[in-house]
Design a protein around this ligand. Structure first.
Ligand SMILES: Cc1cc2nc3c(=O)[nH]c(=O)nc-3n(C[C@H](O)[C@H](O)[C@H](O)COP(=O)(O)OP(=O)(O)OC[C@H]3O[C@@H](n4cnc5c(N)ncnc54)[C@H](O)[C@@H]3O)c2cc1C
Length: 313
């Protein structure tokens, strides 16, 4: 049932990564259950893959099953949208516009799948995935599946423990596969919704190095409370609300003189220094070396520990 020895490069927004020993694209919950039962039987670790927009996949690949929930359901239920975890956020936004439904304008240009966005409670421009979320259906894949197959869980928004880039699905990392979700939307004007989305996309195009393969911001912005007093005054003009006051890491990396620094085929983007871009067949170790360089330089210069936002596979 599984494909073998599959290159993960094409499933990585970074175009970086080795091979998966096994790979399986599940089209529905039953497919997920069958794949998990087989992986458990074969004692294989499972990695759940979305669109690979937040992952740094090792050159040595993944010695187990990479399970990609390609659950592409997208339908209107009254004023709500029921959507499969594998649907791209962009397709969800286009669907919402076509139905004149407002609530996702903040997500214009947000890459990745619905499953990935729910897991990390992805957010931008003051909005978060949780804002319109009504209910999430997931599958518990931890331990041995009980007779009758893995358990299906349904949670209302308040049961999902959403926080800043966090959720119960992230807390229970790798133990639950998000299957589908329902978002409750508001009626709006199609033209106005489209215009708001396009504005966000344009903002991203002008500020983010989207011309190169990338995985978004490498580091989490630093909570202002962690910034040493002696730097607070000098940085006051660049503090952002995200949604609490933060010191943008892009500015720290810029101030540390690391813009444009390269290692192999990877480069700290001069356009947005919290992005490390793949300029020419970069390896995962090229990127990791730049991550370490940024961390040690920022520690030395500003006495701050940077924390990765990206996920290592
Ligand atoms: C150019 C660019 C801009 C970005 N801007 C933002 C931004 O503004 N705000 C923001 O929050 N993020 C941003 N990101 C990061 C990224 O897009 C989000 O984190 C996105 O939600 C990840 O979704 P994905 O489908 O690509 O997940 P992946 O990268 O494939 O996986 C991320 C994590 O989610 C898990 N996962 C994926 N699908 C499921 C599922 N069905 N069930 C359970 N777990 C699952 C994976 O196991 C992994 O742990 C940006 C990335 C890029 C490349």
């Amino acid at each position: 049932m599984f494909q073998e020895n599959v290159s993960l490069k094409k499933y990585s927004n970074y175009k970086i990564g080795g091979r998966a020993r096994y790979f399986y694209a599940a089209k529905n919950a039953d497919d997920v259950a069958r794949a998990v039962a087989q992986a458990v039987g074969d004692k294989l670790p499972v990695f759940i893959l979305g669109a690979g927009t937040n992952l740094l996949i090792n050159d040595s690949g993944f010695d187990g099953l990479v399970l990609k929930p390609e659950i592409n359901l997208l339908k209107l239920e009254g004023g709500a949208i029921r959507v499969g975890a594998g649907v791209l956020m962009e397709d969800l936004l286009n669907f919402a516009v076509s139905k004149g439904l407002s609530g996702f304008e903040w997500a214009g240009g947000l890459p990745g799948t619905v499953g990935g966005a729910i897991r990390g409670n992805a957010g931008a421009f003051g909005g978060e995935t949780k804002d319109n979320l009504y209910e999430v259906t997931s599958m518990d894949i931890s331990g041995n599946p009980p007779a009758g197959g893995p358990k299906i869980l349904k949670r209302k928004n308040t049961q999902c423990k959403f926080g800043y880039r966090n959720s119960i699905f992230k807390i229970n990392d790798g133990q639950e596969v998000i299957i589908e979700a329902v978002f409750k939307m508001k009626k709006g004007d199609k033209k106005a919704i489209r215009a708001a989305i396009e504005k966000k996309k344009e903002y991203r195009r002008t500020r983010q190095p989207l011309e190169y393969p990338n995985i978004g911001s490498i580091f989490k912005n630093v909570d202002l409370k962690r910034v040493p007093e002696k730097y607070k005054k000098a940085f006051a003009s660049v503090v952002k609300k995200d949604p609490f006051p933060v010191m943008p890491v892009a500015h720290l990396i810029d101030q540390a003189g690391l813009k444009g620094v390269s290692c192999g085929g990877a480069m700290i983007s001069p356009k947005h220094p919290n992005f490390i871009v793949n300029t020419l067949n970069a390896s995962s170790s090229d990127v990791k070396q730049l991550i370490q360089l940024a961390k040690s330089t920022i520690k030395q210069r500003f006495d701050l520990e940077l924390e990765e936002e990206v996920i290592y596979v």
